[in-house]
Design a protein around this ligand. Structure first.
Ligand SMILES: Nc1ncnc2c1ncn2[C@@H]1O[C@H](COP(=O)(O)OP(=O)(O)OP(=O)(O)O)[C@@H](O)[C@H]1O
Ligand SMILES: Nc1ncnc2c1ncn2[C@@H]1O[C@H](COP(=O)(O)OP(=O)(O)OP(=O)(O)O)[C@@H](O)[C@H]1O
Ligand SMILES: [Mg+2]
Ligand SMILES: [Mg+2]
Lengths: 152, 165, 152, 165
């Protein structure tokens, strides 16, 4: 039980370092056990250092940096245990256009393992999609769906 | 295993029977503010057995039933059906295609069905248990909730790690 | 004291109804005193109904609708008591492109009373600005400012 | 009354003396994620006397001092100066142009200055009191905080209404 937890913890940590460095183009991140003697109960902390910057309290990171770090942790966990499908509702809202493109390209690495449903406003994310559904409210208060694009 | 189809009727802003077919890969759902995109996310959570009205952005479960507009009357029930391709046998069920439905009437009566057979909430939850879908906070991330992945109280994070483990 | 509060409350309420209807292109919104008998201590609740929709719990509004409602309340208060300057950091992040344009146009109605400093990623908001400053981090971790555009 | 100029030195990601001139009307501040835009918002709050480290996204006040990068050393102090045009006399001070400065050293020593004269935090707060700037939650809205305008506990909302009133 404890042994399995530690093994998986290490795998998620490795994944996290890797995904973070890929999304940020460098830098360092880790998940850390608060107390190595009490792994089944202690805190699990996150530390993140964008490339070139000094390691600081995660609160000082910008809105977009926190968002990208959260996305990196999400994918680190999905890498260990891919969910059959994943529904993400505007999770990339805080990213600038350059980071949106990285996010879109990065998601494509997971499409063999998981199906993704992304609610989004951002063009970059739409460009990473295989299919787009538009939701409209032509008649006020009544939602309808139109399929908008199918790429091969 | 993948999500093949979602059917909504009477669910939040979808009074008319609406069918959304999904394919493997990445599907984007787009549209103006308030058009109903997050309601689709809510429908997926709901049909998987979501019990928390707060997570569904309501104050009571009845809030998921189409409440009418200034020019159309309210509906008496909400129903969502999810059809899943199970050719890879990932779900511990004999079928290669599985449909899961949930229905709620204004009276409060509600039903769950697997392949059109009435079952209990517990059966739906058990079926999806090993996949972690919906329950682990990582396969379905609601609008505005991504930052919580970082600030999750350590016990929540631990729970997710244990499920991922 | 109580009399002044009630007077101002009513003005803010009128402003709120007006600004909401302008930003949403219709609809109804109000701030409501929880207890008319105890105005100095009771709750102040907000209700909002986008055009054509039925009045429901504010929690059921979409992310963008809540954002626009919050912006309407902000401006309702600024109308009564304009702040000399106003610093808004990505407050319009949840708005779609059409609503961003409404927001940008709406802000221009207040520029005679208040100076606005808007941190933004959105093109529509930039187009409503008289001046744009770009913040860059050419040297990692070190911020510098470039003035990017001055319109008359 | 309007904000004419903001000078930052050693504040968060601005080690080098940086001057930003503002004009009346609408100024947009743009740039990539993490470039320092919200740090400018923080600088404005800070020079007006912000005491809450949480509002400044830190864990201690020393966090606002430039901490260095992998290729540049930390600085020993942070300083922000705000220059205000007071031609309309909105601030209850004799001058038509007012500069407010705040400086913090790593030792914890700190200073406030109005027109280059050392003063107390209280003097800065008193000067801006009637304008409501910074203190009312409506003239400065931080990133991610706009939804709070709606979900403010009623006491916070009441406090703002009373100040607006
Ligand atoms: N039971 C219901 N009956 C009718 N309409 C409802 C019901 N529940 C929610 N709605 C409506 O659905 C709309 C919200 O939809 P949703 O949250 O899906 O929008 P969205 O497309 O995600 O928008 P955004 O881009 O702003 O996030 C609201 O306007 C709300 O009034
Ligand atoms: N004391 C400090 N010394 C050096 N760098 C700091 C300090 N405090 C914060 N920073 C850095 O400033 C950066 C955050 O800047 P800021 O929040 O202004 O970004 P932003 O431009 O608003 O980005 P976003 O668009 O993502 O919101 C972080 O990368 C952080 O490391
Ligand atoms: Mg939404
Ligand atoms: Mg920011």
């Amino acid at each position: 039980m404890k042994k399995q937890f530690i093994t998986h913890f290490r795998v998620i940590n490795e994944n996290f370092k890797e995904v973070f460095a890929e999304l940020f183009g460098g830098g360092m991140a880790e998940i850390v056990l608060g107390d190595e003697q009490d792994v089944l109960n202690c805190n699990i902390d996150i530390i993140a250092q964008p490339p070139g910057k000094k390691l600081q309290n995660m609160l000082l990171l910008s809105g977009g940096e926190r968002c990208l770090t959260a996305i990196a942790l999400l994918f680190a966990i999905l890498k260990l245990r891919p969910s059959p499908f994943c529904v993400l509702d505007e999770i990339e809202a805080a990213l600038d256009d350059a980071n949106i493109i990285r996010f879109g390209e990065y998601i494509r690495n997971y499409t063999s393992r998981s199906q993704f449903i992304l609610v989004t406003h951002r063009k970059g994310t739409m460009e990473a999609a295989d299919m787009i559904y538009g939701v409209t409210m032509q008649e006020r208060g009544i939602s309808r769906i139109l399929s908008m694009k199918l790429t091969d | 295993m993948y999500l093949k189809k979602l059917e909504l009727q009477g669910f939040k802003s979808f009074p008319e029977k609406t069918v959304i077919e999904f394919h493997e890969g990445v599907t984007a759902i787009v549209g103006p503010n308030g058009s109903g995109k997050s309601n689709i996310t809510d429908a997926i959570r709901w049909v998987l057995g979501e019990q928390s009205v707060k997570t569904l952005r309501g104050s009571k479960m009845e809030d998921v039933i189409f409440t009418g507009t200034q020019s159309r009357r309210a509906m008496g029930f909400a129903e969502v059906t999810m059809v899943i391709d199970n050719t890879d046998g990932r779900l511990p069920v004999e079928y290669s295609e599985i449909s899961v439905s949930r229905r709620l009437y204004r009276s409060g009566d509600s039903e769950y069905l697997i392949n059109k057979t009435v079952c209990r909430l517990k059966d739906v939850q058990t079926m999806f248990m090993d996949t972690g879908i919906g329950r682990d906070g990582y396969s379905i991330v609601s609008q505005g909730k991504v930052d919580e992945i970082l600030s999750h109280k350590s016990e929540d994070r631990r729970k997710v790690f244990e499920e991922a483990s």
